[in-house]
Design a protein around this ligand. Structure first.
Ligand code: COA
Length: 381
């Protein structure tokens, strides 16, 4: 075996390293800009259907009316879970494993009944069945029977239906769809990179997606929108916001839902989700909570400027994700899995791109261990 030729400097976390070319999304943290396949996120997320966005990412063009209808139908036809997947979810529920773990285990079963070399069918099944897995598992965890998918409902509405057993109102479906569209892709984040690495070995899509779920599960990536919402609940009343947040900052704690590694101005996704939350809470959810959250955000931004001047800490996507998903009746345990329900389409789009490039991702490591050691028998050590 030959030694590795080291040509570049080691960058911990690969920060600043360009490891792929993509036409899927562009993240500009200084300008506060996110472009999804050519469209500013604020232009498209609250208007397109999720199916349109998935089609756009996979084909680099918006579908015609006929193409969209066909794509919708193809996805809807794949929603039902194989018996083995359902059996596994029942077993997982009896052990009360987390929803993300159940999703990872169940995703691995989705090769069943689909030829490994039929990438298109695999991709459709993965996108179509993620909501079905999460919804079925959530119901099983609570001792309820899963609800069969409703083929006449669109992807987002059907997810809400499979969770609650009730057909959602238009505003709720639209709000969820806006969320799914907003977070569907975001440059070369850790889980997307994991998926690209796996597929670059010419492994299959189900393997790549299962690995990506593993990467997303970690708290440094999947985030914790739950804690952002907990802060709002703990504050409870507008008058308590400043004192509560000030105490946290005095203790050196971080305010959840603020700050971002890439965005140094406001995360454009926060704006899209804030607008969607405003519409949702105007009609279908608790208006008071929404107003309290707005007040908490305003106070937090003021105090972050006071305590952390120049750090450019802004509201991140988690803050409004939490508010929006809570308004839709989703518990915090479903926040990260619902993120995966969207992001799976982005992961797959990256896998397709990676397959086109055809090159295995194989970076180098800089050896920092010992040299010139000599083996001696155990009794002489
Ligand atoms: N509240 C208070 N201070 C914060 C902060 C926050 N949310 N985020 C960053 N800071 C401070 C840090 O303490 C640090 O202060 P210092 O310069 O006095 O040491 C400075 O801002 C820079 O922070 P740093 O850790 O270098 O930023 P990062 O780019 O590594 O971190 C996050 C990005 C998202 C991890 C970070 O902003 C954070 O922890 N936010 C809160 C958690 C959160 O909302 N996560 C998203 C999912 S819920």
């Amino acid at each position: 075996m030959s030694g590795e030729m080291i040509s570049g400097a080691f960058e911990p976390g690969l920060e600043g390293i360009v490891a792929a070319e993509t036409r899927l999304s562009s993240v500009d943290g200084e300008a506060g800009e996110l472009i999804v396949a050519g469209f500013p996120v604020e232009d498209i997320a609250s208007r397109a259907s999720f199916e349109e966005i998935v089609y756009l990412l996979w084909h680099d063009a918006l579908p015609s009316v006929e193409q969209l209808a066909e794509f919708r139908e193809a996805l809807a036809a794949k929603r039902s879970l194989p018996g083995a997947t359902m059996g596994l979810l029942r077993a997982a529920a009896s052990e009360k494993v987390s929803v993300m773990d159940a999703l990872r285990m169940a995703a691995g079963t989705l090769s069943l009944g689909i030829p490994e070399d039929d990438a298109h069918e695999q991709a459709l099944a993965l996108v179509a069945r993620f909501p079905a897995i999460v919804a079925a598992y959530w119901r099983l965890l609570r001792g309820e029977e899963p609800v069969d998918p409703a083929p006449e409902l669109e992807h987002a509405a059907n997810y809400l239906y499979m969770l609650s057993g009730e057909k959602p109102g238009d505003n709720s479906a639209r709000a969820l769809e806006t969320y799914l569209n907003t977070v569907v892709d975001h440059g070369l984040n850790a889980s997307t990179f994991a998926a690209r690495v796996i597929v670059s070995t010419r492994s299959d899509l189900v393997s790549a997606i299962t690995g990506a779920i593993g990467a997303l599960k970690g708290p440094l990536h999947g985030g914790a929108p739950g804690p952002a919402l907990d802060t709002v609940f703990e504050i409870g009343k507008k008058v308590r916001a400043e004192g509560y947040l000030r105490e946290k900052l005095e203790r050196g704690e971080r305010l959840m839902g603020f700050g971002h590694r890439v965005y140094k101005v406001r995360d454009p996704r926060a704006d899209v989700l804030a607008a969607a939350a405003e519409r949702l809470y105007a009609t279908e959810a608790d208006r008071k909570l929404y107003e309290l959250a707005l007040h908490v955000e305003k106070t937090a931004l003021k105090l972050l400027e006071e305590y952390k001047p120049g750090r450019r800490l802004q509201t991140n996507v988690e803050f409004y994700t939490a508010l929006l998903l809570h308004g839709l009746g989703l518990p915090a345990e479903l926040f990260a899995p619902t993120f995966a329900v969207s992001r799976v389409a982005g992961w797959l789009a990256h896998c397709f791109e990676q397959q086109e490039s055809g090159r295995i991702i194989r970076p180098q490591s800089a050896y920092i261990g010992a040299r010139n050691r000599r083996w001696i028998p155990p009794e002489q050590r």
